[in-house]
Design a binder for this molecule. Structure first.
Ligand code: TMP
Length: 211
């Protein structure tokens, strides 16, 4: 029997946009529609990839070379795709992933200023054409997000970056969304939680109808 592939949804945004709360909301909508899905995240999602995540997020005295950071991100992604994402999609399960390669274009491309052609080549090598079917981008002015994120107990190596870094991350996300309007849904995350979730619900209902 020919089983259909699962659908692949990713959630993106800069620091403090409300990713965790809204991820739970997306789960609740999928559950209301009785969708069988796998929740996962990047960097991470397998034991090895979670170890790479720890390496990436740890604050350290040694300066991390931008290329090393990029390659670690893709090493974790290769493992995650092989062990979790492809098997789930091939079994007809949906995958809901907290961040994916758009984060690499935003953080390593926009934030660190790495060559996007180089990132694209790694993307092709590791993903072999696999792309999310829907990417929900929570968008918020950087100062607002950082003010929220700064309430957290301990800031990781990325959260400790400066405002200018996050401005570049945000611009890179928005540029990607503008370039691929069919895949991206940009959500204005500056409203109340209810307003934000209403926007997300509309996007998901529409996506579910097409799926
Ligand atoms: P999270 O805390 O939102 O789960 O994400 C961990 C951090 O990793 C976040 O600051 C963004 C960063 N990151 C990258 O720099 N590149 C990537 O490709 C991914 C997936 C995350």
């Amino acid at each position: 029997m020919n089983q259909s592939m699962g659908r692949f949804i990713t959630l993106e945004g800069t620091e403090g946009v409300g990713k965790s709360t809204n991820l739970q909301f997306i789960q609740s909508v999928l559950e209301q529609h009785q969708i069988d899905y796998q929740l996962t995240r990047e960097p991470g999602g397998t034991p090895l990839a979670e170890e790479v995540r720890e390496l990436l997020l740890a604050n350290r005295d040694e300066i991390v070379a931008d290329d090393a950071e990029l390659l670690l991100v893709f090493a974790a992604r290769a493992q995650h795709l092989e062990q979790v994402i492809r098997p789930a999609l091939n079994n007809g399960r949906w995958v809901l992933c907290d961040r994916f390669t758009d984060a690499t274009f935003a953080y390593q491309g926009g934030g660190r200023g790495l060559d996007t052609d180089f990132i694209s080549r790694l993307e092709s090598m590791v993903q072999r054409g696999l792309q999310p079917d829907l990417t929900i981008l929570l968008d918020l002015p950087v100062e607002v997000g950082l003010a929220r994120a700064s309430q957290r107990a301990e800031l990781d190596r990325f959260e400790n970056e400066k405002l200018a870094f996050f401005e570049q991350v945000r611009s890179a996300y928005l540029a990607r969304a503008a370039a691929e309007p069919d895949r991206f849904a940009v959500i204005d995350a500056s409203g109340t939680l209810d307003q934000v979730q209403e926007q997300i619900r509309v996007v998901l209902e529409q996506f579910l109808q097409q799926s």
